[in-house]
Design a protein around this ligand. Sequence first.
Ligand code: GTR
Length: 327
Amino acid sequence: MYQKISATLIGATTALTLIGTAAVADDWRAWNIHSDGHPNTAAMDRFAELVAEYTGGEVTIDVFHGGVLGSQPDALEQVQLGAIDVGNFNLGPIGPLVQEANLVSLPFIFRDVPHMFRVLEGEAGEILAAGMGDQGILPIAWFDAGARSFYNNTGPINSPDDVAGMRIRVMNNDLFTGMVDAMGGNGTPMAFAEVYQSLSTGVVDGAENNFPSFLNVSHYEVAGYYSLSEHLIIPECICVNTNVFNGLSAELQDSVRMAAEEAALYQRELWAIATAEARATVEEAGVVVNEIADKAPFQDAMAPVYEEYLAANPDMRELVEIAQSTE
Ligand code: GTR
């Protein structure tokens, strides 16, 4: 009799444990703005596979590609609210939500991509990540997004004067409108999905992006001049809703972080290849790509952007100094 009861009890406990385990399994909705053929799409698919594998299926991810869950600024708000759990985000549009994130959106703040990664891996990166986590958008890995350069349908840009008078689409962040305005142009914030049509109908004269995105969304078909200004080197993240992430056990958090870091290493490998390939493809298609012999006038033109920004956000001075003094 005793044996029978305890066997029943053990059975019940096991069943409860199983139910308990099933109940904590998390299904995440993931946002990705890119479509097939873009390295970040492959990296997000890899992230989802690795998360399922490393968590033994306790966390699963449905990745919605092509921005179908909404524009980037909208999707970021959805992450803050928890309606979207995770995504691959550019830090540019995070600036209006998280002051610290604007560090990486200051034009010419980084010397090159390796410098950007060194800053992210140091003290400035820690402060930035903490600021993002506090606002509900927790970065768990960093992607390479190369450098952004101007492209347009009028002619090559060699100096800030060539930007003067041009209407240039920028991502949603006052720093970017200020950047174009400081060259005498007209910075126009607009959702990524609207840029192709706006270029083709002349609503804007140009935009700015890296080679893989310029190719992937076919902007090269409607903007035949790409000028290597490399004015912004902005990282991207795999970012998770902070509460969703903190709600996981420590073990599951480690597994998800491990998956994100591995997916990011994969993304960086793909990125280098995709950048070279995309440049070759658009050049073959007839896009005129020009180097800019002297970028100093562009950097000089940014002095008022920094002055105005730091006057309005004095708390950011220290972070900017840490980044600039990072070797
Ligand atoms: C891409 C970036 C996207 C988006 C886009 C844009 O390079 O990967 O997240 O920010 O640029 O210009 O809106």
